[in-house]
Structure formats: structure tokens, C-alpha cells
Design a binder for this molecule. Sequence first.
Ligand code: NCD
Length: 321
Amino acid sequence: MTQAALDNAPYPHRHLLGIEGLSPQEITYLLDRAETYVGRNRQTDNKKSVLRGRTLINLFFEASTRTRTSFELAGKRLGGDVINMSVATSAVKKGETVIDTAMTLNAMHADVLVVRHSESGAVKLLSEKVNCAVINAGDGSHEHPTQALLDALTIRRRTGGISGLLVAICGDIAHSRVARSNIHLLTTMGARVRLVAPKTLLPAEAERLGVEVFHDMNAGLAGCDIVMMLRLQTERMHGAFFPSLREYFHFFGLDYSKLANAKPDALIMHPGPMNRGVEIDSEVADDIGRSAIREQVEMGVAVRMACLEALAQPAGEGDGG
Ligand code: NCD
């Protein structure tokens, strides 16, 4: 896209590296576009040609099931060619740096790179070195923008809007890029956000993020519209953050007794993968009346289609939806 076309586009950015800095209009545009794909994805003949002749490369330096598959499906449903780089068997294992790997892929004229990396900031660094669009599929404990967008789409479809809602984000916030992206998105869109976590699992800057902080689940969930649970990210923990998993569940695991403090129709969410019996009780997670966890996965494909479309499509070449 030329600079002029980019400036006039409804999503006027070359990359999607984070939610921080996006305007309410830009977020709404992506959600509205995603909404049009939800219905289409439920039909048998759901292939579009927005990405015909374009190549998307999934470059995941960290394990992933749903995010990688979701981007792959999204790219294919838009008619693009999708390549999954298996980092475990790639030159990265031979000592190649992230930048060298990216430059190699760049030389193959990829149109979009979808990147996940364990270091916060690694995806931005890479985006500065390549010519193609880059989507952050999660960098360390920094951001995971498409997860926040799919959460927002799920919430919007269930409640009608985000503004004015009271949302509790609970659990391992310190290590969670999902939490950070959601805090930015929800506060930008006018929701009130509460963080509910033990002191050891809260980031130092929590109070500066425009949220309320609670260390008790019953108090934190009181009157909430949305209860968003997070996985205990033990792979990012160096040291002991809580006495035992049993004690963690007792104080911070979502069960029906703690949930009773939230609004009677409060929606339960979790980005997955879940640790059943650790941050969430199995029965609560599977409660089809209350839990939106499977719907979140479905919305993920539609949201990623909208993001790919916004980044890969030259302005004016859309088919009008
Ligand atoms: C999240 C992630 O990788 O940040 N998962 C996901 O993308 N669905 C959350 C997690 O790993 O706990």
C-alpha cells in the first residue's frame, strides 16, 4: 500500500503489533469487518479471494495450537497461500537469529508475517527489518492483539456493546499478554476493568493502567458483567509465585461459589489453553449457558480474517464485503 492510500485507509497502519495506540474507530472497524466473516464462516462455501496471490507465513517461535491454526484457516479462507514455518525443525535451531530468519522470509516476498515470540518487543523489532506486513501473534508478556479483538467481538455479540461494561480479568496478569491487550482494548472502548490477582501475579505498573485492583475474588467479581480467567503461565515463572496449585484454586480458581458474586448472567471467558482445576473449575468452563470459551475460538478466525484483509488489501480493491 502506498503511504497516501495507507493514510486514507480505515485501518491506517502497516502492521498490527499491539492494541495500545489504536483508536476506538480503528478497533470498531476491525470488529465490524470480522462480524461480516462470522456468518460466512458458518457456510460451506466460505472461500473469498481477498488474499489471492498473497503469501502468509506463520512464524511461531513459541508453542501454539489455536492461534496458529486460526491464522492458517483465516488465510486460506481468504484465498491466500499459507506456509507454517516449523521453528523446531528450522534454521533457528541451528543458531540463526530472529532477524536473519525474517530477512530470509522477506527475500521470498511474503506478504504477511504472523509472528509469535517469547521475548516482549521481538515482533516489533522484526517488523522494522522486513518489507511486509507483520501481525503480532503474542510477544512475551507484552501484547496479543488478535486475542483481545476476538474477545471483544465475543463480548459485543453477547452483550450488544462494550462501553459501560464491568469486566474482571483474573489470575496470572503479570505474565499475560492477553491481559495487557485486553486492558488497552476494553478501556479504549469505554469498559471498566478490574484486575483480580494475588499480589505476586500483578505487574508493577497495574495501578497506572486505568484499572481497579483487587486481591480477593469475591470482592473483585461483585457486580461484574464479564469474568475473564487467565492461565497460570508457569513457563514464564522463575521462582515461586504461590504456595501450591490447590491453594491457588481455593483462593483464585473460578467456581460457582465465587461466580455467584458476579451478575446472574455474567459471561465466563478464557483465552485457552485452560488448566482445569487450577484457574477454572471444569464444570464452570463447560457450562454452555454461561461460558463463551468455545465461541471465543470461533470468533478468532473471523477476527484474523478482518486483520489480514486490513493489512494485505490495497485500498479500493475490496469487494464491498
Ligand atoms: C494465550 C497466549 O498464548 O498468550 N493463548 C492463546 O493465544 N489463546 C494465553 C495462554 O497461553 O495462556
